[in-house]
Each structure stands twice: as structure tokens, then as C-alpha cells.
Design a protein around this ligand. Structure first.
Ligand SMILES: NC(=O)c1ccc[n+]([C@@H]2O[C@H](COP(=O)([O-])OP(=O)(O)OC[C@H]3O[C@@H](n4cnc5c(N)ncnc54)[C@H](OP(=O)(O)O)[C@@H]3O)[C@@H](O)[C@H]2O)c1
Length: 332
């Protein structure tokens, strides 16, 4: 990762959910980039964030770059809307690299718990908070005109295993998913794991699908920037399954190792890093880059916008615009 070819350019990097897992791994990688002089860890837990900052600063004690912590909870619309003003007061330099990484399955009933914005908890933590942060920074003039934005997506956006295939059609239907009022004709989206409560699986893939569509639409509105969705693929060594309940929280990581379903943390992070520094197909602005194999989600990557297996859902600009409009209903 010291290879200059991995130079993502830019001076100021912002990473959400940076205190562990893929976010922390990416903070380390981005901090190595020759032209990066500041890495801001945007986290919800002050203690964990400060521990991560110390670890990171310790690794690079001999360099001149600075690691900062800013508190933000992507589930909390207010904290995301205030982020632009806070950034101006604390950092006061435009963001060059923005990794929208915070998220996950959110734990029990995250697909059913509602936030004051009218969105489900799982949608707020994964998508809405990041959409708000982008707008807040843009309003504050704190996004570099050539800002590179990578949203951390997932192959579950096309449906796999316990993650139902999303049914996304138009603005109202997408808004219904976000507000948990979607009328599910088959009951498939209410699928539950064995065990009490819904561990987030029912809404997770749909959130990631709406996000990929939203960020493709956003990319068209900001042609000077590079905005894309990249899935790290099935990645071991993170805390992603900790909130799936005791049974699945232990079983899934175990199966990933035994059956080789997932790849190591370095592989997952490498894909996200490619999102920042590779400018060739499939890593182009507006893309949704994820595993060609879908399940298991490892190996070669393709752009799901033009991938036959995903039925061209993600390349449909009308649907991208519908997702854009639907998400924005919850933002103002
Ligand atoms: N691992 C995989 O196989 C995989 C596959 C596809 C996509 N992804 C995506 O990759 C991203 C990173 O996941 P991971 O595997 O690295 O899991 P992880 O180890 O659990 O890390 C998730 C990070 O997000 C933070 N976070 C969660 N909710 C937040 C909120 N409301 N506000 C601020 N920060 C929040 C967590 O903070 P706390 O420490 O405070 O909880 C943590 O730092 C997620 O978006 C996930 O959906 C992962």
C-alpha cells in the first residue's frame, strides 16, 4: 500500500465509521497516500474514535499528516445536517476524499425501528445520514470540486441468501421502503432469521440498492466529482456480524473461514481503494462496482449498471432519479 500507484491524490480525507473494520483499514491505507495530509475519522463513539486516532497516529508518528476525530451519528439527521458547519469550524478545508462507510445491519429490528426523519433506522444509518452529510458539506462549500466519493455498497442489493431481492419501481414505492410502509405482495421482505426479532436482514439489501441508485444519480449532478458505489465483497475480520445475534454473529464469521466464503480485510479494502485511484472501467463515476459472482461475493468486479445478471436495474437512469427523489423526501 506504499506503492505510489495507490496515490489517491488530494489532501483531506473524511471516513465515516472509521474506528474499526473496513473504515479503520481504509484510514490506514489513505493515511499512507503521499498527498494526503489530514484524515478525519467521523465516528459516533468518542472513546472508540479516540482509540482509533491514537492507533493510527502511532503508526505514522514520523510523518506530518494529522489524524482528527469528528463525532457524527449517521442515524441522527441533525448531527449529519450540522456536519458542514462543524467541519468549517474545525477543519476549514475542502474534503478531497470522502469514504461513506458507516453502516451495517444495525441489529435487532433495525428495519422496523423508525427515526424522527420518517426513515427506518437501517436506512438512516446506511444511506440517509451520508446523503445529508454530502449536502451539508456542499452547502458549506467544503467539498473540493474534484472530490472523490466512495459509498460502501453490498451485493445484497440484488438479493441473496437471507437478503430478499428488492422490489424497486418508482418514487412512491422507493419512499415506501424507506418509511417501512411498503406493501410486500409476497411477504419475502419480512423474512426473519431463526431467533427473536429481525436482525436487519430484511431491509439491509434494499438500503444498499437504493443507495447505489441514489449515488449514481448524484454523480450525474456533480460531473466534476467522482462519485460511485463500491462493494468490498464478503469480507472477514470486521465486526459486521456482531449485531446479528449470538448464533449468527459467531456462525457467519466461522462459515466464512471454513468455506472460504469471504476474502480477507485487505482484499475488501483494496476494492474501496481502487474506487478512489483507478479511473478505468468499472471504477468510473456513477458506477456500482461489485462481485461478478454475486454469491459468494468475492473475486472479479463488474459495474452492476451494465451487468446482465442484475437485470440492468442499476443502469436505469429513471430509477436512479426516482431513488434520488425518494431519498430527498426524507431530507428536508
Ligand atoms: N464486511 C462485509 O462483508 C461487508 C460486505 C459488504 C458491505 N459491507 C459494508 O461495509 C461497511 C463497513 O462494515 P464493516 O464490515 O467494516 O463492519 P464493522 O466492523 O461493524 O464497522 C462498521 C463501522 O460503522 C460504524 N457505524 C455503524 N453505525 C453507525 C452510525 N449510526 N453512525 C456512525 N458510525 C456508525 C461502526 O461504529 P461503532 O464502532 O460505533 O459500532 C463501525 O465503525 C458497512 O457499510 C457494511 O454495510 C461490509
Amino acid at each position: 500500500m506504499d506503492d505510489p500507484a495507490f496515490d489517491v491524490g488530494g489532501g483531506v480525507a473524511l471516513i465515516t465509521g472509521a474506528n474499526q473494520g473496513l473504515g479503520f483499514e481504509m484510514a490506514k491505507r489513505i493515511a499512507h497516500m503521499p498527498r494526503v495530509n489530514k484524515v478525519v475519522l467521523a465516528c459516533r463513539n468518542e472513546q472508540r474514535a479516540n482509540e482509533a486516532r491514537e492507533k493510527l497516529q502511532g503508526l505514522f508518528a514520523d510523518t506530518s499528516f494529522e489524524v482528527m476525530v469528528m463525532l457524527v451519528d449517521t442515524e441522527d439527521t441533525t448531527s449529519c445536517r450540522d456536519f458542514g458547519a462543524k467541519w468549517t469550524a474545525i477543519v476549514n478545508a475542502p474534503v478531497d476524499l470522502f469514504l461513506m462507510n458507516a453502516g451495517g445491519m444495525g441489529g435487532r429490528d433495525a428495519s422496523d425501528i423508525m427515526q424522527p426523519s420518517g426513515s427506518t433506522r437501517i436506512f438512516a444509518m446506511n444511506v440517509l445520514g451520508h446523503a445529508e452529510m454530502f449536502d451539508a458539506l456542499s452547502r458549506a462549500n467544503m467539498l473540493s470540486p474534484k472530490c472523490k466519493v466512495v459509498y460502501v455498497g453490498s451485493e445484497t442489493a440484488v438479493g441473496m441468501g437471507p437478503f430478499p431481492k428488492p422490489d424497486l419501481r418508482d418514487v412512491d414505492n422507493i419512499a415506501a421502503h424507506i418509511s417501512n410502509t411498503y406493501n410486500d405482495p409476497t411477504g419475502a421482505t419480512k423474512i426473519k432469521w431463526i431467533g427473536p426479532g429481525n436482525m436487519g436482514q430484511s431491509g439491509y439489501g434494499t438500503c444498499k440498492a437504493i443507495a447505489a441508485l441514489y449515488f449514481s444519480a448524484l454523480a450525474r449532478k456533480h460531473p466534476s466529482m467522482k462519485i460511485m458505489t463500491v462493494s468490498p465483497g464478503g469480507t472477514r475480520g470486521t465486526n459486521a456480524h456482531a449485531k446479528s445475534g449470538w448464533f449468527f454473529g459467531n456462525l457467519i464469521p466461522f462459515m466464512m473461514v471454513v468455506f472460504g466464503v469471504g476474502h480477507p480485510l485487505a482484499k475488501g479494502a483494496e476494492r474501496l481503494q481502487y474506487g478512489f485511484f483507478v479511473d478505468e472501467d468499472p471504477y468510473v463515476s456513477g458506477a456500482f462496482v461489485a462481485s461478478k459472482a454475486i454469491a459468494p461475493p468475492v473475486g472479479k468486479c463488474v459495474d452492476y449498471r451494465s451487468f446482465k445478471k442484475t437485470e440492468n436495474v442499476f443502469g436505469d437512469e429513471k430509477l436512479q432519479d426516482a431513488a434520488y427523489e425518494a431519498v430527498r423526501r426524507f431530507m428536508r
